[in-house]
Design a protein around this ligand. Structure first.
Ligand code: ATP
Ligand code: MN
Length: 464
């Protein structure tokens, strides 16, 4: 009977020492001398490589020739305690089958120490490196943690549409979805495009947020969360923006702005704790390789309460800082990343939840405060990134919402479903959106959002 494969992540358990094992994976390195050769084998299940020891009396040069960096192997042999340092066990190879070779003159991941920029060009192979293996294992565990967090709290996972006819909040420029022939568009008499001929009979786009539909779920099921792809055609080439990213949007009936902040803080801390508990090896690797303050920073987040501060107070601090910002601050301006980062990194040195922004710079659906100037917005800012969460208590008063939409020139008829919510059993409710990739940036300490999603979409880049 064929020996069952053991994943490398499971091979370091003491009971297996002395046993016959079967392992499969890709060669990271091969080194050695005339008597013995060592292969570092990795199968993606862990950042750890397994050392395969090859006695050159048992294998011919011909057999070993195709075993080069990047080739894939099936190895059987005895697992023994390792004499060398750097690993606790190793496999003394008895049989080696080469599944696939990787021509050393062509395989791009030869040299050690490729730059992250170089690896971005090789996104189809970069997951085979230590760094990206670590990042994408952490990405998985965080996704799982998010579902677990909400499930354990009794939230329902809701899937909101990706194709939409409503421009939610104008959160960003949208990608149009059409089956019309762009080279030969059907026209109305006035020369405009005749969308009645389009697939949905009207203009449609990819969603920039599932929130509006999420609110419908929350005021029916009580508490929901979405977790899905989100698209923004913003032409901002920054290390924190993608054209296609994943967003988590909880929405809860009966929650006010304070409940919303409590949820946001608990949620972020839960994800950080989960990653520290379940991704220890990978986080330690990133801490050692890129940013030796990472683990301290993550542990710090768990220990401290997030600062809660109004926008107005935040502006005062920024004005009094004496710092020359690229974008000058005064009450009424939208905060830029440099402002957000000053507050969290220099002033408070911990995460900050900013609330009560001027209504003019926030979306139409945010609850108007009694001062008639500000709305019940909450943005959560973290070190190294700035905004990671944006949310609010929603306007649940029909008349006030209608008045705001009129001011902005929005047509009520485009939002029938949304207005119905304020007509039938309207209740206080709140929610927020967390950018999944921003959370991964925060937890991994990576600097560029293109490095925390397997195949990033950014302006002029949709490869793979
Ligand atoms: P920013 O000001 O950083 O562009 P935003 O205020 O436009 O973000 P929201 O509409 O509040 O973003 O979206 C909620 C969350 O989604 C943000 O806090 C952020 O974490 C994430 N997010 C928004 N836009 C992007 C993007 N283009 N790429 C990745 N994540 C994003
Ligand atoms: Mn925002």
């Amino acid at each position: 009977m064929a020996l069952k494969r053991t994943k490398i992540v499971d091979i370091f358990s003491p009971e297996l020492v002395g046993e016959q094992v079967c392992v499969k994976g890709w060669v990271r390195t091969r080194r050695g001398n005339k008597h013995v050769q060592f292969i570092a084998l990795n199968d993606g299940s862990t950042i750890k490589n397994l050392q395969i020891v090859i006695d050159l009396e048992k294998f011919s040069d011909e057999e070993l020739k195709p075993i080069t960096t990047g080739s894939s192997l099936h190895v059987e042999g005895t697992l023994v305690a390792s004499q060398g340092k750097g690993q606790s066990v190793e496999v003394q190879a008895q049989t080696i089958e080469v599944y696939g070779t990787a021509d050393p003159d062509e395989y791009p991941l030869q040299k050690k120490g490729h730059t992250l920029e170089f690896l971005r060009e090789k996104a189809h192979l970069r997951m085979r490196t230590n760094t990206f293996g670590a990042v994408f294992r952490i990405r998985h565990h965080l996704a799982f943690a998010i579902h677990k967090f909400f499930n354990d709290k009794g939230f329902f996972y809701m899937n909101t549409p990706l194709i939409t006819a409503s421009d939610c909040e104008g959160a960003g420029d949208m990608f149009q979805v059409t089956t019309l022939n762009l080279g030969d568009l059907p026209k109305n008499e006035d020369g405009s495009n005749d969308y009645s001929k389009d697939f949905f009979g009207k203009p449609t786009s990819l969603t920039v947020s599932g929130q509006l539909e999420g609110e419908l779920g929350a005021t029916s099921l009580g508490a929901i969360y979405t977790f899905g792809p989100t698209f923004r055609a913003e032409n901002s080439n920054t290390p924190r923006h993608l054209a296609e990213f994943w967003m988590i949007e909880p929405e809860v009936a009966f929650n006010d702005i304070t409940d919303n902040m409590d949820l946001a803080e608990e949620f972020i801390k839960y994800c950080v704790q989960y990653a520290l508990d379940h991704c220890k090896d990978d986080i330690e690797f990133l801490n050692q390789m890129y940013d030796n303050t990472l683990i301290d920073r993550l542990q710090g987040v768990l220990k401290q309460d997030f600062v809660r501060l109004t926008y107005t107070e935040g502006i005062k601090i920024l004005e009094q800082s004496g710092k020359k910002f690229e974008f000058p601050v005064k009450w009424g301006v939208d905060l830029q990343s440099e402002h957000e980062r000053y507050l969290v990194e220099q002033h408070f040195k911990r995460p900050v939840i900013l609330t009560d922004y001027p209504r003019e710079i926030k979306a139409f659906y945010m609850k108007l405060n009694p001062d008639n100037k500000t709305v019940a917005a909450v943005d959560c800012l973290v070190p190294g990134i700035g905004e990671i969460i944006g949310g609010s208590q929603r306007e649940d008063d029909y008349a006030k919402l209608k008045a705001r939409m009129d001011e902005l020139g929005m047509k009520e008829s485009d939002y029938d479903f949304y207005m119905d919510l304020r007509k039938y059993g309207s209740v206080r409710h709140s929610g927020f959106g967390l950018g999944f990739e921003r959370l991964i940036l925060f937890v991994t300490g990576m600097q560029n959002i293109r490095d925390v999603i397997p195949f990033p979409r950014t302006p002029k880049n949709a490869n793979f």
